[in-house]
Design a protein around this ligand. Structure first.
Ligand code: TXA
Ligand code: MG
Length: 325
């Protein structure tokens, strides 16, 4: 059920129930982070593997840092991006109880986030516990960017706090703060340029480490994927060539250039990377609802937010890849 009643959501969370809440990136599927029973409900609802850790949300840096230890100075500086679309991975304080080990998939680190969304912050500040919340979608499906998307995914039984469309539209930038220097594990709208400028460090150092054995969505082969094939093109000419050789009808197209083709039955033309990120997941879902045969997207240039979008496009299309973006 979609609701605007924040008090009812706080009550439901307090008693261990799941509540979906809005954020500026995507909607989360929340449960109190200190309760193994409540956390178990998240994994069950999502069909998510139990060793896949969740992001823990709170109303302020001060509050979320309470469940971490050995916080490096650079992580405290990075918290300037909060409230905002960034998650920091820190060493978990295993001796205290605000985050149970089930919430972190048994790891002794914890991903923390203070979302930049007024309604989310109001909800979180009224809770006397932290809220663990993955994106509110079934495991490996597209993240939801509206309350209705969450209902479409889980049914009307679930309480969903209305917060409008998520304005960023792609998941938070995840930064590991477990080493001497920060490492970006998942690209998002807080970019490597912003991070390196704030910390006064070399941008390339943010990516140096081999992150293959770290459990993060970005490392899974297929993720954020719609149920129909996604094809990504580097530029307009490449897409036009594809259309001229392709017989499929009922195609969906998302991109900067307007294209007229008899086989394209659903299209959205966007003007900026911000608009592309904002609309991407909603477009995927609408194309699914319309039972389009394929989704065709022209990739943005790989800078700033474009890099985060290309990361998601690459994952969404990995089963059906024509070529790398
Ligand atoms: O924007 C977002 O981050 C959204 C909103 C709801 O906050 N949340 C989100 O959660 O995208 P989720 O669970 O779909 O993705 C979180 C990713 C997972 O891939 C998980 O593996 C990684 O964060 N993660 C969480 N805790 C971690 C940890 N301790 N170490 C490494 N990766 C971690
Ligand atoms: Mg997710």
């Amino acid at each position: 059920m979609i609701t605007e009643n924040i008090a009812a959501c706080v009550d439901a969370l307090s008693s261990g129930e799941l509540v979906s809440f809005p954020t500026e990136t995507v909607y989360g599927l929340g449960a109190r982070a200190d309760s193994p029973e409540a956390i178990a409900r998240i994994f069950q609802a999502k069909d998510r593997p139990k060793d896949h850790p969740l992001i823990v949300h709170g109303p302020s840096a001060e509050k979320v840092f309470e469940c971490a230890i050995d916080i490096p100075m650079y992580a405290r500086v990075l918290s300037e991006f909060w409230p905002g679309p960034m998650s920091l991975i820190l060493k978990r304080d295993v001796s205290s109880g605000p985050v149970c080990s089930q919430a972190t998939g048994g790891q002794d680190s914890v991903a923390l986030r203070v979302p930049g969304h007024d309604i989310a912050l109001e909800l979180l500040s009224r809770c006397d516990f932290l809220v663990a919340g993955p994106s509110a979608n079934k495991f490996a499906h597209v993240s939801p960017t509206s309350a209705q998307h969450v209902i479409d995914e889980f049914g009307d039984e679930l309480l969903v706090l209305e917060g409008g469309e998520s304005y960023v539209g792609v998941e938070s930038t995840i930064i590991s703060c477990l080493g001497d220097t920060p490492k970006i594990l998942r690209k998002g709208s807080i970019t490597s340029v912003q991070i390196s400028e704030l910390l006064n460090i070399d941008e390339s150092s943010l990516y140096e480490e081999d992150i293959c054995d770290i459990k993060v969505s970005g490392n899974m082969k297929v993720h954020y994927a719609p149920r129909i094939p996604v094809f990504v093109f580097d530029h307009l000419e490449e897409l036009e060539m594809y259309l001229s050789e392709n017989e499929e009808s009922n195609l969906a197209y998302l991109g900067f250039n307007d294209i007229v083709d008899k086989n394209i039955s659903f299209k959205q033309i966007i003007q900026s990377n911000e608009e592309l990120a904002h609309k991407l997941y909603g477009f995927f879902r609408e194309a699914e609802d319309k039972e389009c045969s394929q989704i065709l997207v022209i990739a943005p240039s790989n800078i700033g937010l474009g890099a985060a979008i290309n990361d998601r496009l690459s994952k969404a299309s990995s089963e059906w890849r024509l070529k790398d973006v």
